[in-house]
Every structure is written in structure tokens, then in C-alpha cells.
Design a protein around this ligand. Structure first.
Ligand SMILES: Cc1cc2nc3c(=O)[nH]c(=O)nc-3n(C[C@H](O)[C@H](O)[C@H](O)COP(=O)(O)OP(=O)(O)OC[C@H]3O[C@@H](n4cnc5c(N)ncnc54)[C@H](O)[C@@H]3O)c2cc1C
Length: 479
């Protein structure tokens, strides 16, 4: 039987794995391979939280492969040379993988494909990560989209022809070639504060089984009411599938198939549609980064090239990073992030608005911190999320997006349950005062002596300054 390498990257699953299925269909014995080469993704090589997740996800994949007779061969990069060497050692005649859409990965994969072909190997890439790949969704003029609503109107047609493949139940054994131990990859960021990431695992189960459990729980629970409940950070109102989607432990097609076959009552139909549209935002982010690859570092809207961002004060930046700004909803979000590797979407928008509008720091400073600490750090989604909130992104009207952290807390955390969960020193402050505790005389002094008395920046004055700066001629939105 001929052999083919199946190169696993951010598709760490066996279910609905088109590259693996294609290798099997072509009659090859698949040899699953993971090659660790983070530097090839520079300048956005995976951050510490991503590596911590990856370590566990690789273990889970290797176990799943071993359970069906195969194994995961682990090597360290460079990818092209490693694949060439491994193909020789295994006497493989083909290499299969799933496409990635970030600029550095595209450049690497193109070079790898050319080198494999030049060496006489068959090299085949497939779509394993998206409902609709970026070049398949075009405007009437054949252009790429810049605005979500028309993009999704078009792209959502992919929901109709959705197909999936189950996981193989057995695979041939792999040849006896050298494979690294996962520990040798040094993925655990234990140096940071004596095991900073260890607390994550109370909240997450990396790997395919963890993803499947969350999907099932979502379909039985939070899906019903999602449209409304997704905005409230103290509730289980969303699927929490983002890290699993990022690492490809579940495919978006599997999610759609499960939703399509679930019996969703008519009253939950708007919730279902809304959930599809959030998957649509993920598709849109990939579309934008693919067509505008410079945007991971530069503003999408060129008018912001000379925008007057404030100089970064390291102490203030650190206060934001570690949840010591004196604005309870911001601090709660930043502490949730540091404790769990994840933050609720509503609060991501609030903390990002605080950094880019109230402190008026360039969004890249926030994007970098998120990149290092999020377990779902994804270059397309993170770039799009930061540029959207900063108002430098694809669509217009940045003025309306100066979130008031006070109003947001009052509306979406009215009893302060989320704030008090993540900022325990505010436990004695009455819920209704948690939006703006500094405005209640000596309340903070009496009830929360360890918490900053005032925000690190005056919210009203900084909002006015941001509005003035954003309405200046250098930043007028274009369409
Ligand atoms: C400043 C900022 C940075 C962000 N950085 C990231 C990031 O690095 N990685 C990431 O996956 N998401 C990012 N998001 C988007 C969003 O916050 C998360 O996808 C969401 O909170 C994940 O939780 P969930 O899986 O429960 O989402 P659900 O509400 O259950 O949504 C289902 C899935 O849809 C996708 N999705 C939902 N909202 C968005 C969105 N606004 N943009 C793109 N995809 C979306 C995600 O894959 C998510 O898992 C960012 C948002 C902001 C405002």
C-alpha cells in the first residue's frame, strides 16, 4: 500500500477531516505528522496561551490516533525540509493538508508545495477550516467584500450544501520512524508566574472530545435564547467553541451539520440564525485578512495612517493588561482573560474600546496582549475585532463605537455578578454602584480599600478628546 503524509496543523481532529479522507480515498496509508515551526508564522508566531492549549490538543490527537491503530509523528521544523525528509524515511509519495489563510502561512505553504512537487511528490491541500474560502465569495463586480452584511448574505449560501465526513474507525500503523515527545517541544509557559496557565484547565478541555461536549451542551441549552443572552457576560450564553474552532478540533461544517439536524423549535429560529451569523463573522475575518493581508499590523482604513494615537505609558498599559484600571467592567474582563485564557465578546469590545478610545493607544498594543493570553487567539478574528472596535477597520462610522464602560456595565451586568466574580475586592460594593463606584462619595474607600479610587483616565474627558481626534480630517471614514 502506498503511503501519504497527512500534515496536521490547525486541524487537530479526526472527524470531518477532508485531507485525511482524501488520502484514504486515493488508496494511501496515511502517516499523521505534526511539525512544530512557530517561527514560520512570524511576526504572529503563536503566543503563550496558544502554546499551552496546543500541548494538550496534541496529546488528545495522538491518543485518538493511537486508539485506532495509528500514531502522530512529531518533529520540529523547518516544515518543508522536514516533510521532504520524512516522506523519504516513510517512503511516502504524497502529502495532504488543510489550507491556512494568514499571510505568513500562505507564503510558507506555497513554497512547501513547490518544493514537494519539485521532489516528485504529490502535494494536495484542502479546505478544512471554513464554510466558504475567501476567493469563492465575490461581489457582483468580482471584488472582495469589505462590509459584513452583503458578505454574509452571499457566503451563507454555503450553509445549504454543507457536507461532512465522520472520523475513520481504524487506520494502518505508521512506519517506525523517529518521533519527538510532546514535552520536547517546550510548549508550557510555566515560567510565567509559576504556572499562570494552569488555572485555565478548570474551564477548558482541549481536544476533539471537549469540543463535541460543548457543542452538544450548546444545542441543548444556550442556543435557545442566544440572540439576547449572548450579550450578558455572567451567563453561559454562548458556545465557547472559539479555541476549539481555532485549533480545528471541530470543523465549522460539523457545527452547522449538528445544528441542521437538531430539532430547533420555531421560537429558537432567530437564535439559530444569529449563531450562524457569528460563524459568518469568523468567515468574514478570514475573508478580510486574506484579501487585505497588511491589516494584521496596519490599519485597514488608510486614513488612519497619521492618526494621533497617544504615547504609551507603560504603567497604564500594565494596569489595563492586569485589570487595575479602576473601571470595574474593564478590570473584570482583563482578569477573566488572564485567569481563563478567554473573555466574553461583549467585554472584549468594552476593554478594546477603553484602550483605543479612552487611553487612545494604537490597537496593536491590545492585539498583542490578546495574542499572547487568549486561548482562541486567531489572527483573522483578533485583527478584525481590534480594528472594528478601534474604528480603523473595514466599515465606516467609528464615532458610534466609543463604548461607555459605565453604561455597558449597567446594561449587561446590572447586578454586578460578572464584575464581582472577577474582581473580588469589589464584593461589598452594591451591584447597582459597580458601573461607576468612584461617583458614590467615599463608597470605595469604605467597602473596597484595595481597589483604585479613581479610573486611570477620566472617562468623560477622554471620550471628548477621542471624539475630537476621530472627527479630525486625518481619520474621516471612507467607504
Ligand atoms: C477586540 C476583539 C478581539 C477578538 N479576538 C478574537 C480572537 O483572537 N479569536 C476569536 O476566535 N475571536 C475573537 N474575537 C471575537 C469574539 O469575541 C470571540 O470569537 C467570541 O467571544 C468567542 O466566544 P464563543 O465561542 O462563545 O462565541 P459564540 O458566540 O458562541 O460564537 C460562535 C463562534 O463564532 C465566531 N465568532 C463569534 N463572534 C465573532 C466575532 N465578533 N468575530 C469573529 N468570529 C466570531 C467564533 O469562532 C465563535 O466561536 C475578538 C473580538 C474582539 C472585540
Amino acid at each position: 500500500m502506498s503511503r501519504a503524509l497527512v500534515w496536521f496543523r490547525r486541524d487537530l481532529r479526526l472527524d470531518d477531516h477532508p485531507a485525511l479522507q482524501a488520502a484514504l480515498k486515493a488508496g494511501h496509508a496515511p502517516v499523521p505528522v505534526y511539525i512544530h515551526a512557530p517561527e514560520e508564522e512570524a511576526p504572529w508566531a503563536p503566543g503563550a496561551a496558544s502554546h499551552a492549549w496546543l500541548e494538550r490538543s496534541l496529546r488528545s490527537l495522538r491518543e485518538a490516533l493511537r486508539a485506532i491503530g495509528s500514531d502522530l509523528i512529531i518533529r520540529q521544523g523547518p516544515s518543508t525540509e522536514t516533510l521532504l525528509a520524512l516522506a523519504k524515511e516513510c517512503e511516502a509519495e504524497a502529502v495532504y493538508w488543510h489550507r491556512l489563510y494568514e499571510p505568513a502561512s500562505i507564503a510558507r505553504d506555497s513554497a512547501t508545495k513547490a518544493a514537494l512537487k519539485a521532489a516528485g511528490l504529490q502535494a494536495e491541500s484542502h479546505n478544512g477550516a471554513l464554510l466558504a474560502e475567501p476567493w469563492t465569495v465575490k461581489t457582483g463586480n468580482g471584488d472582495s467584500y469589505r462590509v459584513f452584511t452583503p458578505f454574509w448574505k452571499n457566503a451563507r449560501q454555503a450553509l445549504d450544501g454543507n457536507t461532512t465526513h465522520g472520523a475513520p474507525t481504524s487506520l494502518p500503523t505508521v512506519p517506525n520512524v523517529h518521533s519527538l515527545d510532546i514535552d520536547a517541544l517546550g510548549l508550557r509557559p510555566h515560567a510565567r508566574e509559576g504556572g499562570w496557565e494552569l488555572g485555565f484547565w478548570r474551564h477548558w478541555q482541549p481536544g476533539e472530545a471537549g469540543a463535541a461536549e460543548l457543542l452538544e451542551a450548546f444545542i441543548d441549552g444556550a442556543l435557545h435564547g442566544y440572540k439576547e443572552q449572548r450579550n450578558f457576560p455572567d451567563r453561559t450564553g454562548t458556545s465557547k467553541l472559539s479555541p476549539h474552532l481555532h485549533f480545528g478540533e471541530i470543523s465549522p461544517r460539523r457545527i452547522v451539520a449538528a445544528l441542521q439536524s437538531a430539532r430547533v423549535p420555531a421560537k429558537s429560529q432567530p437564535d439559530l440564525d444569529h449563531y450562524y451569523s457569528e460563524l459568518g463573522w469568523r468567515e468574514f475575518s478570514h475573508h478580510l485578512l486574506f484579501h487585505f493581508p497588511h491589516t494584521s499590523n496596519d490599519n485597514m482604513n488608510p486614513r488612519f495612517a497619521e492618526f494621533r494615537w497617544a504615547d504609551v505609558d507603560e504603567a497604564r498599559l500594565a494596569a489595563w493588561q492586569r485589570g487595575r484600571t479602576g473601571v470595574p467592567i474593564v478590570d473584570a474582563g482583563m482578569r477573566e482573560l488572564y485567569a481563563t485564557g478567554w473573555m466574553h465578546n461583549r467585554v472584549r469590545m468594552v476593554v478594546a474600546s477603553f484602550l483605543t478610545k479612552n487611553l487612545r493607544y494604537h490597537w496593536i498594543h491590545g492585539a498583542r496582549w490578546f495574542w499572547d493570553t487568549l486561548v482562541d487567539a486567531s489572527l483573522p478574528n483578533n485583527t478584525q475585532g481590534w480594528q472594528w472596535t478601534a474604528g480603523t477597520g473595514a466599515d465606516a462610522a467609528p464615532y458610534f463605537r466609543i463604548f461607555s464602560p459605565v453604561a455597558q456595565a449597567e446594561k449587561f451586568d446590572p447586578k454586578g455578578a460578572y464584575i464581582q466574580r472577577w474582581v473580588p475586592e469589589l464584593a461589598k460594593v452594591p451591584g447597582a454602584a459597580l458601573g461607576e463606584p468612584w461617583a458614590h462619595g467615599d463608597l470605595l474607600q469604605r467597602t473596597a480599600p484595595g481597589y483604585p479610587r479613581r479610573p486611570i483616565v477620566d472617562l468623560k474627558a477622554s471620550r471628548a478628546e477621542a471624539l475630537a481626534a476621530y472627527s479630525g480630517p486625518k481619520s474621516l471614514p471612507h467607504d
